[in-house]
Design a protein around this ligand. Structure first.
Ligand SMILES: Nc1nc2c(ncn2[C@@H]2O[C@H](COP(=O)(O)OP(=O)(O)O)[C@@H](O)[C@H]2O)c(=O)[nH]1
Ligand SMILES: [Mg+2]
Length: 240
């Protein structure tokens, strides 16, 4: 029976957060849980907290999220842990800093369903809001995304975007080695270079950040660039 609870797909929203007390509340508030549930997706929201020393966890719990604490450092490590505990058939992701349009999830999810996708990533350059990305980051992202496209022949315009929708069932197929910021390019490369997976990129809004940025522009930019080459030449090994 289609309408039995067991047959319903479920959605897990996984959000990494480290000292995001300024942004976590609004990030969670804009998730249209009711609308998603009406679409037939019971929602669980998981905040993977990197031992925040501010009120991030408290606020996340107040808003009804499940907080998972991951003391091991890194953006990629946080996602690996979030994906391990997520129960949803579909997983959606994004930062805890108000930049990604979680309010648009129903639209993205409908597209994901309609197209029968396995993986969907948002291209922030499609609808960049004024002031959302510095000129330095635009250039950096262009260099990184071009490098990725040349090395992997994958048609990804925004290799560093942090909003994805994916079927949980594809995760065992993806070789996710990075614990750091390169996790973002790695998950896309893994999804886009598997011929039998249906992966797409669509334009999404990208909004002004609140709170302090965790990315170290030059250090992480360089790391992310090197990671493309490591990955291309088979030298990326699991970091944890
Ligand atoms: N749990 C956890 N979250 C992290 C860590 N580093 C970054 N984040 C979170 O990952 C997201 C992306 O980081 P952010 O500073 O926004 O990077 P940017 O969007 O690339 O500039 C934010 O929600 C951060 O709070 C970490 O070491 N652990
Ligand atoms: Mg961010």
């Amino acid at each position: 029976m289609n309408d039995s609870p067991a047959a319903k797909p479920r959605l897990s929203i996984v959000i990494p957060a480290m000292n995001e007390e300024e942004g976590i509340g609004e990030t969670l508030d804009v998730i249209p849980v009711k609308e998603l549930e009406e679409m037939g997706y019971p929602v669980e929201v998981i905040v993977v907290d990197g031992e925040s020393v501010d009120r991030t966890r408290e606020i996340a719990r107040e808003k009804g999220a499940r907080v998972v604490i991951e003391p091991r450092k890194g953006y990629g490590r946080a996602y690996k842990t979030g994906f391990e505990v997520a129960q949803g058939d579909v997983i959606a992701t994004g930062d805890a800093d108000t930049t990604y349009p979680f309010d648009k999830l129903p639209e993205y999810l409908r597209y994901f369903e309609r197209e029968g996708l396995d993986f969907l990533t948002g291209n922030r350059f499609g609808k960049l809001q004024p002031g959302a990305m510095s000129a330095k980051h635009k250039v950096g992202n262009f260099v990184l995304s071009t490098t990725g496209r040349v090395l992997f022949l994958a048609n990804i315009k925004d290799s560093q975007s942090g909003m994805w929708l994916l079927k949980r069932s594809i995760l065992p197929r993806l070789k996710l080695t990075s614990d750091g910021m390169p996790f973002s390019e790695e998950i896309k490369l893994e999804a886009f270079t598997k011929g039998d997976l249906k992966s797409r990129e669509i334009p999404i809004e990208y909004r002004v950040r609140v709170g302090e940025v965790k990315l170290a522009s030059w250090k992480d930019g360089w790391r992310n660039l090197k990671f493309f080459f490591k990955k291309r030449f088979g030298m990326a090994e699991p970091e944890s």
